[in-house]
Design a binder for this molecule. Structure first.
Ligand code: ADP
Length: 396
């Protein structure tokens, strides 16, 4: 089978054509600057092909046409015709409390995604544009929506409710939803396979540009660090993470800013970028800065690791113990120093890293010492594979 996985943003559209059974990626790429001018970057991993083309993309529709054109291109393509594509899977940010699993896209599903726009005002409209562009160009292909929030819908009320007046939950659905659900689900399933059992208490640290932790028991989400939106939890590349809301009130009042303007600061100008004095949101730059003695870079890294460590402690308590700790995503998979700093001092929880294994590069691997009570893994995440597998399953 060949599944086209689409992740549409407001001015971008990422794609992967892949085999849901083997995980092989035939081609992948990115359309950028949609609505501005338009650029397509296309790769065929097996042939080491990389093509960059400037193509006018006034809307997502032209972007999708450009994607299909290059997929069937005689030189750079990977299929003879669009008929070879079996179905299309879409990453959708917010499924609200309605979607506890992926769903085949029909009018009702699209309407439900539209109803979730107040909860995901930036992403859901873009996701819908991607869906509608595909429907227009490939009207007969099965399309499936895979929600970033769905995996978290097993959280109990004590984890997802905010302690604010009831009416905001009853009338406006304000609650913790959590994100990166497709990644956390991939890791939960993968850990069960690797450990040969499902009855495990797992904490997954998805540490990338955006970061979230997830407490998982018996393969189901019990709690997660992001909330109604993706701003909550640990500090991130440019997002503040948990901040006392009084800080927002203070900045708004003193600097005459609207709540939207303050949240833009918390979303785009905060996190490790802010703590490093504006140097960088990229952990490689921060590590280089810290190695040269830059105190702000050191603080940014320390703060990040400290907050991740605190969530691990909290989730171990919430789960009533810990069997497996996982690091995934850009920083989690590659940042050996970050992993070491996060795990330092967690021996009382039964976490003992093997420094040599932690320092080695590689794919899926155990980095804890043989006598560590908690097994610590590095597992590269694969959200696209989950989307492709759900899409294959639901388009049968
Ligand atoms: P996104 O949330 O955009 O998907 P990624 O999961 O790709 O992000 O993670 C991007 C982050 O991973 C960047 O901050 C980058 O610095 C970090 N990263 C990548 N390689 C390394 C490395 N070798 N060491 C430390 N951090 C790394």
């Amino acid at each position: 089978m060949k599944i086209l996985v689409i992740n549409a943003g407001s001015s971008s559209l990422k794609y992967q054509l892949m085999d849901p059974d083997t995980g092989d990626v035939f081609a992948k790429g990115l359309c950028e600057r949609i609505g501005i001018d338009g650029r397509l970057t296309h790769r065929v991993p097996a042939k080491d092909i990389k093509v960059v083309r400037e193509i006018p993309m006034p809307t997502h529709s032209e972007a999708m046409t450009a994607v299909l054109d290059i997929l069937v291109d005689e030189v750079n393509g990977v299929v003879k015709s669009v008929d070879e594509i079996d179905a299309v899977g879409h990453r959708v940010l917010h499924g609200g409390a309605k979607f506890t699993a992926s769903c085949r896209i029909d009018d009702a599903c699209k309407e439900a995604i539209r109803e979730c726009i107040p909860l995901g005002p930036l992403h859901n409209p873009a996701n819908l544009m991607g869906i509608e562009a595909c429907q227009k160009i490939m009207p007969t292909k099965p399309q499936v929506a895979v929600f970033d929030t769905a995996f978290h819908m097993t959280m109990p009320p004590k984890a997802y409710r905010y302690a604010i007046p009831d009416e905001y939950y009853e009338n406006d659905s304000l609650r913790r939803y959590g994100f990166h659900g497709t990644s956390h689900r991939y890791i939960a399933d993968r850990v069960a396979k690797l450990m040969g059992r499902t009855d495990l208490k797992v904490i997954n640290c998805h540490l990338g540009n955006g970061s979230s932790l997830c407490a998982i028991k018996d393969c189901k989400c019990q709690d997660t660090s992001m909330g109604l939106g993706p701003l909550a939890g640990v500090p991130m590349g440019t997002r503040a993470g948990d901040v006392d809301t009084t800080v927002a009130q203070f900045i708004a009042n003193k600097y005459n800013k609207s709540i939207d303007e303050v949240l833009t600061i918390f979303n785009k100008k905060s996190g490790v970028l802010a703590l490093s004095g504006g140097l960088s949101s990229d952990f490689r730059d921060l590590e280089a800065g810290a190695a040269e003695g830059n105190e702000k870079c050191k603080l940014a890294l320390e703060k990040f690791c400290y907050e991740v460590k605190k969530y691990i402690g909290a989730y171990a308590a919430a789960l009533g113990g810990l069997d497996v700790l996982v690091f995934t995503a850009g920083v989690g998979e590659n940042g050996a120093n970050t992993r070491a700093a996060v795990c330092e001092g967690l021996e009382f929880l039964g976490v003992k890293l093997d420094p040599e294994k932690n320092a080695q590069r590689g794919d899926e691997r155990i980095i804890s010492a043989p006598d560590s009570k908690v097994t610590v893994w590095v597992i590269p995440t694969n959200e696209e594979l989950v989307i492709a597998q759900d899409t294959a399953e639901l388009s049968k």
